[in-house]
Structures are given as C-alpha cells and as structure tokens.
Design a protein around this ligand. Sequence first.
Ligand SMILES: *[C@@H]1O[C@H](CO)[C@@H](O)[C@H](O)[C@H]1NC(C)=O
Length: 476
Amino acid sequence: MARFQPRGTTPAIRRRRRLLVRIGLAITVCLLIGLFTWPSASIFSLYSFGLFSSGDDFQLETVRYYDLSNVQGTARGWEREERILLCVPLRDAEPHLSMFFSHLRNFTYPHHLIDLAFLVSDSKDRTLEVLSNNLEMIQADEDDLQHYGEISIIEKDFGQKVDQDVESRHGFAAQASRRKLMAQARNWLLSAALRPYHSWVYWRDVDVETAPFTILEDLMRHNKDVIVPNVWRPLPDWLGGEQPYDLNSWQESETALALADTLDEDAVIVEGYAEYATWRPHLAYLRDPYGDPDMEMEIDGVGGVSILAKAKVFRHGVHFPAFSFEKHAETEGFGKMARRMQFSVVGLPHYTIWHMYEPSVDDIKHMEQMEQEKLAREQEEKEKAEKAKKMKEQFGDTASQWEKDKSEMHNIAAKEGKKETVETTPKNKVADGQAVPVKAAGAGEPANGQTKEKAPTKDAPKAAQEKGAKKEDRKI
Ligand SMILES: *[C@@H]1O[C@H](CO)[C@@H](O)[C@H](O)[C@H]1NC(C)=O
C-alpha cells in the first residue's frame, strides 16, 4: 500500500515527526525540572527517560553506564585504580575518632580511590559532630594526597538498648540480639553507600589501635573474596601483656555442627563464651609472632574488626544476616553465607592488628585495688623512715659510736696479734665487741680456697688472726 502513496504526503509525515520530537522535548524538560524539584523521584524519572529515548540518539548527561566486569577486584587494585568503599559503623565513638583519623591519614592505598561511608546510630555522645570536624579537616588538608573520595554519613538508630559499656556489650545474654542489630546496621550502611564503581568493600572498626599502614594492599594482594587479619589486643603487664581479641574468625568443627543441630531454629551461636563450647580452631589462637604473615587459613566465621571483601560478594547477595543463618548472625553469618555461595573466605593467622584495650569492670576494680596497695606500701615506708629518723635523734648517733668501737677493737686485735702473751684482758674485750674475730679473719682472708681448706676448723679464727697479723706485719 505504501508504494502507491503519493509523494505529496511526505511533508505531513515530517510535520508529524516534528510534532512528536517537540512533545518529546517538552516531556524531557518537564522531567528534568521534576528531577531537580523532587530528587526522590529521580529513579522513576530516569527509568521513563530510558524508555522514551530508546532508539533515538539523545545523549543524556544524567544516564550513567557501568560495565561491572571492570570492577571485579584484582590482586593489585591500586595499579588498576580500583575503588574501595570503606564502611565504618559508629556508635558512641567520639573518644576513638581522632585515633581512627590518624589511621586514615596513614593509609598508603591512594586516598582518592577510597570512598568513606559512616553509619552513626544510637549515639548519645558527640560522634556526629566530631566526625564532621575530622572529615572537614582531612578533606581540607594542604596535602592533596590526603583527600579521600566521596564521603557518606548515614544516620539511623536501630534501638540498641544494651549499654555500650564493655561489660554489657560483651555479656553473654546480650549477644544474639546485639549481633542481629549490628547486622542490620551493616546492611543499611552498605546498601546505601555501595556504588557500581566500587571493586572492594573494607569494613573497619574505629577502635583499632595499631595496624600496618599498608593493610589494604597487604590484604588485597591475596586476591581472596573475603579476607581478615588476626586481631589481638595489648594488655597491662599484670594481665600478661597481650591477648587474642577477635574470636569470631574460626574454622567450623564437628562439635559445633553437632551443637548447632541441637539448637532451636532461631538460636545464634556466639563464639568465645563458655555457654557454647564449640572447640573450633580460632584464627586468633593460631598466631605465631614469628610466623609468615602471608600464611592463609580457610575460615567459616569472620570477625568484623577489619574485613576486606570484593564488592561482587555483596552484589551476589551475600550479606550480614540479622537472623539465624546456619545458627549464626552478623559477620559470622556473613562468613558462612559467603562460603555457602562458593566464595573464598580466608584469615591470616600471623598478620596481626591490635584492638584497643578497654579495661573491664573487674580489671578496673583490680587496678584500683593495686593502686590502693601501692599507696599503703608507700605510706608504710614513709612511716618507717620517720620512725628511724626519730630513733636516731633520740638515741644519738649510734652509727658513729659503732665506728669508734670498731676501730678501738681493731687496735686491740692488732696488739693481741703481736703480743700473744697478753691474753686475759683482750679476750674479755673481744667478747664484748664480738665483731673483732670476724674482722681479723676478714683482714687475713685467704687468697685462695686451698689455705682455707687447710686451716683446721676448730682453730680457724685464731689461725686466720695470726695470718692476718703476719700480713699486716709484712705490709708495715
Ligand atoms: C600514623 O603515623 C604517624 C607517623 O608515623 C604516627 O606517629 C602515628 O602513630 C600513626 N597513627 C597510627 C594510628 O598508627
């Protein structure tokens, strides 16, 4: 039919086309205005845009194309400009923030390739304020190399009712519900901050005290899907100097699997508590300070202090279960889930970072007691010294009297050595002084053991005395 259409109709078709383009443009402008006015509607707008412009050669600045095969994560990501999303959950973290930013400044991985994402939740202190100040400072640093990439701060409360003090946080009863809430927090943070251009996700706690500056490259080099270092903590000397800290990185054991089978569907096993004796090999306990830091160990549960994971692990749907997944939740459940989906999950037993030491209530009590004992001891010593001083004042200078007596007796002893005939008087004197025979023996101390052995025991003082006298004679 179209073949027989007269040519004269072409302008009409053109007109229709022009009209269509005009309507299209009008709608586009409306959508763009809408996009800026109601940003929350942006996803819908973009979607309709895509439909509308399909087949046309509109180049839309608001459409981004991502090839996710480029963000898989490789062993030397810094050379390929792979971006890392650094996720930091925060809760009443004000006291630790300056230390955390000191770590941030020291990271050797190119800062502009790292995006920061903070979740501030259930905080009663000035976490948000101090965080903002620190961020402003580092981003305004005169050294451009200090500046980080994009920064997101997400605020959301999860109703953590457990007190944040060390005792309640680590008490057994609180663990399961605490871990489930932590899991939700991590998922919210990640889903809000993960962008298509991230190749890696690094989870880091704020209360890490010491870690190598190269930790990101060190972990990345292993090219694993999920990898964690060993986490210990320093202790005061009276508690042994150091201690394994993160017991959530472990390998599954038969005992634990059998235990899991006996538990309720919703139960959550938490490691490091006597209530659940799992007999699992813990990454923490396998540390050898002189071991090869590159040694790897396959693990099933992972601790959350410092996790480097490829972003694709999360894109595949692995997350931090806020429910009982294989009888585990949060990071331990995450490790199990990643394994279940055939991802590699490893720990480095001899590569150690150090968590801060926060004294427990018992530790604080003990330290107070030690402090009191120390004070009591000092007080006692002070009193003793004062008593001695008083005695000295009351009874004269006993020490100088003693010296006088001693030299007198020494003279007598010397005399006695020369004139052996006079015996009675000096002997009495000697008995008074008591120290004289010893002194004499000391003066004539045998130069070698032989002489000593030869001298008959019974007459030893006398023999020595004689010898001493002789020696003295020779000297004079
Ligand atoms: C960062 O590096 C500086 C300089 O080497 C050092 O003094 C500081 O302790 C480091 N910070 C941390 C948290 O390790």
